[in-house]
Design a protein. Structure first.
Ligand code: ASP
Ligand code: MG
Length: 455
């Protein structure tokens, strides 16, 4: 039975947590490990781009920080000897590749998306080497691979690639399966793969979960375990709702929608490569390895609560396009969305009416989006504005559309709190609806809906 075990940055913080991860892996047979970068490393590399563009002299402190994070763990966990020396050399060589890339960026004062992708991939590549090396020192045979060489194949979108699961399956079987037959634990970096032209492509922030699912598909694994530093999927974010409870079981669609609408636990695309398979998916807590975690199942359980969980998202901005008769102009929405698509801007959701189009976006994209739409405004578009004071509440459950009165209960609960709903969309997915409230009302709104369905 092949088991793919994914460890996120939160599980790879320091010597102690990395030793814990190694112990969990060593207790399994036929494990394949997928890792994120060590906690904080992707942010460090993102900052490094900004610093390197400013001046070459900013590079050494960044390399020193990278070295401290990784060599510190080696010093703590690995006994002296040839395995330790090999690991130190592997990490040093990886860091010198980072140095070369940053020096190039400093010279050009700029970088292409392909170089950016290559640079950011080093976070995960360092983590894979580190974890495999530590396991070797603890006497579990292990080998770090590079995701593009291990065979994660994607389309050619450098920053937000989609995995081609069939090409990945072919490539990966040839490269990874032989290690498993020799009882070696392969450690594969998440977050990136190889595009059709051979260049490195990124899978989007937090994309390692998505990588892990593709690996599970490619190897015909029986289980995918996503290890975290929390209990599993919760009915709501416990920092907003202290009475939130762990979800024992939820469907692929519920997991995808909860993640899409703001639950930070899993990348929303994780379940995509698993469609049509019988691979069992678990989210488990590294601090409580005996705990059950949450199981994500392909088919929705035939009975269960109407609402599985409530997600909240404050990272949201709205571009509001006003104009008379906007809703009756063929092609207008297509024009606006293709303008945004051309700028690489993803639209989370759209609500339209006769006089207004509302586009929900990531705040990081919104200002750029606003400029693009404003520049293209013609006689029909009268005004374009940016709204940044709203937050989203997503209510997710396989049965929310099945029974009358669920929406009434959601909105009555919010109304009882005297909170105004600024916008709402129901039925956008068969398992989810969302509404927007002012950011200042968000916590109360989430609690109100949670209390209604989880009394
Ligand atoms: N390290 C990448 C990120 O922080 C990918 C991941 O964590 O899954 O976005
Ligand atoms: Mg991360």
């Amino acid at each position: 039975m092949i088991r793919v075990m994914k460890f996120g940055g939160g599980c790879l913080r320091d010597g102690r947590s990395i030793a814990q991860a190694c112990a969990i892996i060593a207790a399994q047979k036929k494990a394949v490990v997928v890792v994120s970068a060590v906690s904080g490393v992707t942010e460090l590399l993102l900052g490094a781009i900004v610093q390197a563009k400013r001046h070459e002299k900013n590079i050494p402190p960044i390399l020193a920080a990278l070295a401290a994070k990784h060599f510190g763990v080696i010093a703590e966990l690995c006994p002296n000897g040839p395995v330790k020396r090999r690991l130190q050399a592997a990490i040093a060589s990886q860091i010198s590749q980072v140095e070369r890339l940053l020096t190039g960026i400093a010279c050009h004062r700029d970088l292409t998306p392909a170089v950016r992708a290559r640079l950011l991939s080093h976070g995960e590549r360092l983590a894979a080497r580190l974890l495999a090396g530590v396991m070797e020192s603890l006497e579990t045979e292990s080998a770090a691979m590079d995701a593009h060489r291990a065979g994660i194949c994607t389309d050619d979108n450098c920053e937000n690639a989609s995995i081609d699961r069939e090409r990945t399956r072919k490539a990966m079987r040839a490269k990874v399966a032989p290690l498993l037959r020799r009882d070696i634990v392969p450690v594969i970096p998440g977050f990136f793969g190889r595009g059709p032209g051979g260049g490195i492509t990124l899978l989007g922030r937090n994309g390692s979960d998505y990588s892990a699912a593709a690996v599970a598909y490619a190897l015909g694994a029986e289980r995918l375990e996503v290890w975290k530093d929390v209990d599993g999927f919760m009915s709501a974010d416990p920092s907003r709702v202290p009475t939130a409870r762990r979800l024992e079981r939820l469907s692929f669609a519920e997991a995808a929608e909860l993640s899409y609408f703001g639950a930070k636990i899993l990348h929303p695309r994780t379940v995509e490569p698993l469609a049509g398979t019988k691979i069992r998916v678990f989210v488990r807590n590294m601090k409580d390895p005996a705990g059950a975690g949450s199981e994500i199942v392909a088919a929705p359980p035939s009975r269960g609560p109407e609402v599985a969980g409530i997600a909240a998202n404050t990272r949201l901005a709205i571009i509001r396009v006003h104009g008379a008769g906007i809703g009756s102009r063929p092609g207008l929405l297509a024009n606006v969305s293709s303008l945004l698509a051309a700028g690489g801007i993803n639209i989370h959701s759209v609500l339209t009416s006769q006089t207004c189009i509302n586009l929900l976006l990531d705040p990081a994209d919104a200002r750029r989006g606003l400029i693009k739409v404003k520049a293209a405004a013609n006689g029909v578009i009268r005004k374009v504005e940016l709204e940044e004071r709203l937050a989203l509440v997503g209510v997710v459950g396989e049965r929310i559309m099945e029974k009358e009165g669920i929406y009434a209960r959601i909105f009555s609960a919010v109304a009882r709190e005297k909170i105004n709903v600024e916008m709402a969309a129901a039925g956008a997915s068969p398992v989810a609806c969302y509404f927007l409230v002012r950011c200042t009302d968000l916590d109360r709104a989430v609690r109100a809906v949670h209390d209604e369905f989880f009394p």
